[in-house]
Write a protein that binds this ligand. Structure first.
Ligand SMILES: [Zn+2]
Length: 277
């Protein structure tokens, strides 16, 4: 049975860019006669604010979203807020450590930038140059005084392929398109890559629908699925919504927040009809 998900982060008000991607997710779940899960991605303690969670649920309902499992209605794979699922991410980190998939890294972002001759920034910053990557068989330097980032060691040169439901065949080369990436941060929080893989697997999501800005993240996540012995779901990445000048809507939070549009008297039907499908 098809299981899709909406996974908003309550770090601001929902805007049109989110709504459009989520609408695609809902349509695909409905067309498949499947279930839709709402997951609150509230791990980012610095940016997360409780008022945004309430607003998020209200805005989603106003727009016409319906989910069968979620933080408000429960379900068999709860809890549906990431802040309550830390033990699962911790267990996954232990598994990655035990399998030798990760190593501790104490480089700052600045260190990584400095170590590169010609930095080219990706969505997670520059490709990590491997400064702390241990030689095969080497023991980690424990230095317990300062907690490290834990980085996933990518298989250099391997091509990661997947067929995207929207964009078709995708391929990225580990070590060139992306480097060793952080799965656990020095401030003791799981990374987006780790938490999302753990949750999508645990919630038995069969298809992940999200924005095309995450295509490269999907390559990283496929490596995490493999390391954790989990089956990856199908992926459907939506083209990013841009305005007439080509700027991403996600950058224009306030003007196009569902809150403001609603206050201005715009209806969800009008918003949906404005999308070229
Ligand atoms: Zn390092």
């Amino acid at each position: 049975m098809y299981r899709g998900r909406l996974a908003p982060s309550p770090t601001g008000f929902l805007h049109m860019g989110h709504a459009r991607t989520f609408w695609t997710a809902q349509c695909r779940a409905r067309n498949a006669g499947g279930a839709l899960v709402l997951r609150n991605e509230d791990l980012d303690a610095q940016r997360f604010r409780l008022e945004f969670t309430d607003a998020m649920l209200e805005d989603l309902r106003w727009f016409g979203f319906h989910w069968q499992e979620g933080p408000d209605c429960g379900g068999p794979f709860g809890p549906y807020a990431q802040s309550q699922r830390r033990h699962l991410y911790q267990a996954a980190l232990e598994k990655l450590r035990a399998g030798g998939w990760v190593y501790p890294c104490r480089c700052s972002r600045q260190d990584v930038l400095r170590a590169l001759q010609a930095p080219h920034a990706g969505e997670e910053g520059p490709v990590y140059p491997g400064t702390c990557r241990p030689k095969p068989g080497a023991k980690f330097d424990p230095r317990p005084s300062k907690p490290p980032n834990w980085r996933f060691r990518v298989p250099d040169g391997e091509t990661i392929c997947f067929v995207d439901g929207c964009f078709g065949r995708q391929q990225f080369q580990a070590g060139r398109d992306f480097g060793d990436f952080v799965v656990w941060r020095h401030d003791d929080a799981p990374s987006y890559q780790l938490s999302v893989v753990v949750d999508d697997a645990a919630m038995k999501i069969t298809e992940v629908v999200r924005g095309a800005d995450l295509l490269l993240s999907t390559a990283r996540q496929i490596l995490l699925y493999r390391a954790l012995g989990l089956e990856p779901p199908a992926f459907y990445h939506c083209p990013l919504v841009t305005d007439k000048s080509g700027a991403r809507l996600a950058k224009r939070h306030d003007a196009l927040s569902l809150r403001n549009l609603r206050a201005a008297g715009v209806t969800p039907e009008t918003l949906r009809q404005s999308w070229p499908l």
